[in-house]
Design a protein around this ligand. Structure first.
Ligand code: HAM
Length: 423
């Protein structure tokens, strides 16, 4: 037996109904906020992620599916989608439109992580990016949209963790402060964290080592937000304005001065949301501002902000009511031809009912009423229609209500009306 590759999985019915419905709600909501879909390739040049996500991040350092193709180019299965969107923005000179772009995407991403519940090597993200909008109001609107989406899925009582990571103006001072904090504690650091401290001290905040996490959480650990008012008043003002706008928009948030996110391209605003049932290490979604990413990739100076929701995790913690309604939504009418001679009649009637908007399933193996009803019940049908010689000749249908367990012979002319009354 050949099985699926470790860390990948098949999504099967009826779960796929839930996936489709969640994606449909995302498309509906995002359209209401003026977003359009972008689809970028799953395969990108490796260089793109090295330059955007950053060489010292776990993603680039050890989680990418990178290989050399037959033309000797180093290519990578995208580990995230923001870099691809920014590349496309530059490649198609989208800045020339002279207005902000609001783009969303839904699709698979790949990271070579240790698989566990909620963590896969192939996973899917629902994300959105705004390119060309610098103001705090753009950050606020994006979060308003995110909460609107989550609310429509039935989530309540969720809140987002918020922080500002400043800009290059504050980065060197922050990095120095982290280095000097660890200078007396370097022995506590394992090999990975020592590498982080040397290459990019900000990444020490991603450490999963409990001893290091404890140090990072201690009161003496430097905080970027403390440096902002003196070193970068513009970023400080941006952060303060955002908080005012979020309060005014009823978006619940908690400030987390230790939140830095595991990707290098962020400037100013960063945010993340966790959910009960996912475990503290597994965020439901994350995002932030990246005002230098487009220019770092060779494009014009363009501010950007976005988020990505882990769709697998979202569906794991989806409110039960939404799941149930979605699964129960599709309840086909099942046509059961009793004999070979009744099959043509069933196919013609099926076409007619589908034309009237009913989902119709035909039990093509005409093996009698017992078998047909069993198939109908197992596939979740609400109504079964038995079609035999008698019904064909008398232009009737023998309608069985599977939930109510009633049976009625109805003239074909009144069948559509009778079904409408029941479904
Ligand atoms: P990220 O935090 O790396 O951000 O990923 C976003 C979300 O993707 C995570 O919160 C998580 O739900 C999901 N995710 C990540 N890795 C896995 C995995 N192995 N299995 C299942 N789900 C996973 C980004 O990707 C940024 N591009 C977000 C962004 C957009 N920032 C600005 N714009």
């Amino acid at each position: 037996m050949i099985t699926s590759v470790k860390g990948t999985r098949d999504l099967l019915p009826p779960d796929t109904r839930v996936w489709n419905r969640v994606e449909a709600v995302a498309r509906e909501v995002f359209a209401l906020y003026g977003f359009d879909e972008i689809r970028t390739p799953v395969l990108e040049s490796t260089e793109l992620f090295v330059r955007s996500v950053g060489e010292s991040t776990d993603i680039v350092h050890k989680e990418m599916y990178t290989f050399t193709d037959r033309g000797d180019r180093s290519v990578t299965l995208r580990p995230e989608n923001t870099a691809g969107v920014a590349r496309a923005y530059v490649e198609h000179a989208m800045a020339q439109a002279g207005r902000p772009w609001k783009l969303y995407y839904i699709g698979p991403q790949f990271r070579y992580e240790r698989p566990q519940k909620g963590r896969y090597r192939e996973f899917r993200q629902i994300g959105a990016e705004v390119l060309g909008a610098a103001d705090a109001a753009a950050d606020a609107e994006l979060l308003v949209m995110l909460f609107d989406f989550l609310l429509r899925l039935g989530f309540t009582g969720v809140s987002v963790s918020l922080n500002s990571v400043g800009t290059e103006a504050t980065r060197p001072a922050f990095v120095d402060a982290i280095r000097s904090f660890f200078s007396s504690n370097e022995k506590t650091l394992g090999d990975d964290d020592r590498r982080r401290l040397a290459e990019n001290p900000l990444r020490v905040l991603d450490s999963k080592d409990p001893a290091v996490r404890q140090l990072v959480a201690s009161p003496g650990f430097p905080k970027m937000v403390d440096l902002l008012p003196t070193l970068d008043p513009a970023s400080d003002a941006h952060y303060r304005e955002l908080k005012v706008l979020l309060v005014a928009s009823n978006v619940p948030f908690k400030e987390d001065p230790l939140l830095v996110r595991g990707l290098d391209y962020y400037t100013r605003t960063v945010f993340e949301m966790t959910a009960e049932g996912l475990g503290a290490q597994n965020a439901l979604l994350g995002g932030g501002r990246y005002d230098k990413l487009v220019s770092d990739l060779g494009g014009p100076k363009t501010p950007g902000i976005g988020f990505a929701i882990g769709e697998d995790r979202l569906i794991d913690v989806l409110p039960e009511a939404f799941r149930k309604v979605t699964i129960d939504d599709v309840r086909p009418v099942t046509l059961i031809p009793l004999d070979r001679n009744d099959v043509a009649d069933a196919l013609v009637l099926a076409k007619e009912l589908r034309g009237a908007g009913f989902a119709v399933d035909v039990v093509t193996a005409a093996k009698g009423p017992g078998y047909g009803l069993k198939v109908a019940e197992r596939s979740g049908a609400a109504v079964a229609i038995l079609l035999g010689q008698k019904e064909r000749e008398e232009r009737t249908a023998n309608l069985k209500d599977l939930a109510g367990r009633t049976q009625e012979v109805i003239p074909r002319a009144g069948l559509i009306e009778a079904l409408r009354a029941r479904l």
